[in-house]
Structure formats: structure tokens, C-alpha cells
Ligand binder design. Structure first.
Ligand SMILES: C[S@@+](CC[C@H](N)C(=O)[O-])C[C@H]1O[C@@H](n2cnc3c(N)ncnc32)[C@H](O)[C@@H]1O
Length: 272
């Protein structure tokens, strides 16, 4: 019998409680594509299949992280001092609190993710920081998040808040209520609040869509690609900032941007 050594090594690794190393996780696939070490064979296999059809995927995920940092910096410069980052991911520097605190050293941040590994890593990193919390929760129930006592202790919903939904809504299908998430949040966001959102586009190369859909079907990493108009619909009730909804690498880039086979679009919008 041929041994799958990668799998054997994963099995021997100490897998934290509540984590299934045999089922792919979007946080761990993303970590692999960013060059991180917090992933298992099952996650790396998806990443590798994606890289076969879209070798530029690592550039796209880095561009998505860079978009997140540019957006948070802009919001901080506009006076936003409190942030809710929904679908945080495994900690990757610079994180939201690091960027926000370049401008506001006392900025407060709520990180939210439903992957226990993300919470474990953030807990270890943020244990002594009173201004940052990590909540293990599901964005499909936004009212549980905005009403959570730890969140209301840290976030003043009477004042502007930056809400981040970066590279996460494509893991929530229409049937699971992707658009309802925004209705649950919008009403709690005071005028002057901002929404930062990025999302995988159905205008990506067809073989990229087919590969990702086939390799993630039925898992928590299952991806729903949406068209430009369908992504725009998440911004209902907000006013888009320039340059609107564009591939993330084109959103106020610091340098010339590239075209990619996997397209992730992003935008920042203000609550009037
Ligand atoms: C691709 S990563 C994006 C991380 C980070 N936002 C970024 O853009 O760099 C998606 C994250 O969303 C989390 N996620 C997916 N579905 C979720 C849900 N229903 N509730 C909370 N978090 C979710 C995953 O666990 C993962 O950490």
C-alpha cells in the first residue's frame, strides 16, 4: 500500500479540539495560498488544484489582503476608531488592529470567525489586549454578533463603525441568507459608518469557477461566485466610494495592477 505521507504527518500533528483535519476549511486554504503553515493536506490539495488552473491565485489573495489594509487605513484617516471584521481568517500581518492603530492607537476591533482554529490563534495573539476581541460566531446570524454582550461592551453603535466582510460572503449561499446578513447589520450601523466588502466574481475564468466549485462542493469552503451586479446588491443603502466596485488590485492601488484569472472584486461604501 502506498502511504500518503502528507496525510500521515497531519494525523500525527496535534490537531486542536473541534478541528477536523480531514475536511477543508476556507481559513486554512486561504492561509496556504498566503504562504502560511496553519493548514492540512486536504486544504493544500484544494490550493494546488486552484493554482493549476489559475497560477496567479497567490497574487490575488495577497491583493485582497492589501485591499483590506488600504481600506482600513482610509477609514481610520476618516475618523473611524472601531471595527468589526467578519470572517477574520488566521492572523496575517498587518491585521486590522495593526493598520487601524497606525492612526488611532486606541482603536477597538472585534474579530469574528466561525472556524475554531482562527479563534485559537487570535486568542493566543491577543490575550493581553483589552481593545481587541475574537468571537467565534457565524455571520449567518448577524443579530447574535451585534447583540453579543462582549461586542456591545467594546463597540458603541451610536458612533460610526467600520464593518468588514472581506472575502467571506462567497462562502454563504443565497439560500443560507447572504443578503439577509447585510439587512441584519445595516440597521445597527450609525450614519458615517463604512462597509468594506470583497467577493469572488463569476466573471473569473470558467475553468477556475469549475475547479473551485468541484473541489469545495459540500464542504465549509464551498464557494458561490456572484456577478458584478449581484455583488453590488450587497451595498444597498450605502454610497460607494471612488472607484466603486472593481477588482481588488485596482482599488486605489499603490502600484500598477495586474489582470488575473481568479477575479475578486472589492469596494468601500459609506452609510449616509
Ligand atoms: C478567505 S478567508 C478571508 C479572511 C480575511 N477576511 C481576508 O480577506 O484576508 C474567509 C474567512 O471567513 C470565515 N468564514 C467563512 N464562513 C463563515 C461564516 N459563516 N461565519 C463566520 N466566518 C466565516 C472562514 O473561516 C475564513 O477564516
Amino acid at each position: 500500500m502506498a502511504w500518503d505521507w502528507e496525510k500521515v504527518v497531519d494525523d500525527l500533528q496535534r490537531v486542536p479540539d473541534g478541528i477536523n483535519s480531514q475536511v477543508p476549511s476556507s481559513a486554512r486554504v486561504y492561509d496556504y495560498l498566503l504562504g502560511g503553515k496553519d493548514n492540512y493536506a486536504v486544504d493544500r490539495a484544494i490550493g494546488e488544484r486552484l493554482l493549476t488552473v489559475a497560477p496567479d491565485t497567490r497574487s490575488v489573495v495577497r491583493a485582497n489582503r492589501a485591499f483590506l489594509a488600504r481600506a482600513v487605513r482610509l477609514l481610520a484617516e476618516r475618523g473611524v476608531t472601531q471595527f468589526i471584521d467578519l470572517g477574520t481568517g488566521i492572523p496575517t500581518s498587518p491585521s486590522v488592529h495593526e493598520v487601524a492603530r497606525e492612526t488611532h492607537p486606541d482603536a477597538r476591533i472585534v474579530y469574528v470567525d466561525n472556524d475554531p482554529l482562527v479563534k485559537a490563534h487570535n486568542d493566543a495573539l491577543l490575550a493581553t489586549d483589552d481593545g481587541v476581541i475574537i468571537l467565534e460566531a457565524d455571520i449567518r446570524r448577524p443579530e447574535d454578533i451585534v447583540g453579543h454582550p462582549d461586542v456591545t461592551k467594546l463597540i458603541d453603535f451610536e458612533r460610526p463603525v467600520g464593518v468588514l466582510l472581506v472575502a467571506v460572503l462567497h462562502f454563504v449561499s443565497d439560500v443560507e441568507g447572504a443578503y439577509r446578513i447585510l439587512s441584519g447589520l445595516r440597521g445597527r450601523m450609525a450614519p458615517g459608518s463604512y462597509l468594506v466588502l470583497s467577493h469572488s466574481s463569476s466573471e473569473s475564468e470558467p475553468e477556475v469557477l469549475a475547479q473551485l466549485q468541484a473541489s469545495t462542493a459540500g464542504s465549509p469552503a464551498q464557494t458561490t461566485f456572484r456577478s458584478h451586479e449581484e455583488i453590488l446588491a450587497f451595498f444597498e443603502g450605502f454610497e460607494l466610494e471612488e472607484p466603486g466596485l472593481v477588482p481588488v488590485q485596482r482599488w486605489r492601488p499603490a502600484m500598477d495592477s495586474i489582470s488575473t484569472r481568479l477575479i475578486v472584486e472589492g469596494a468601500v461604501a459609506k452609510r449616509p
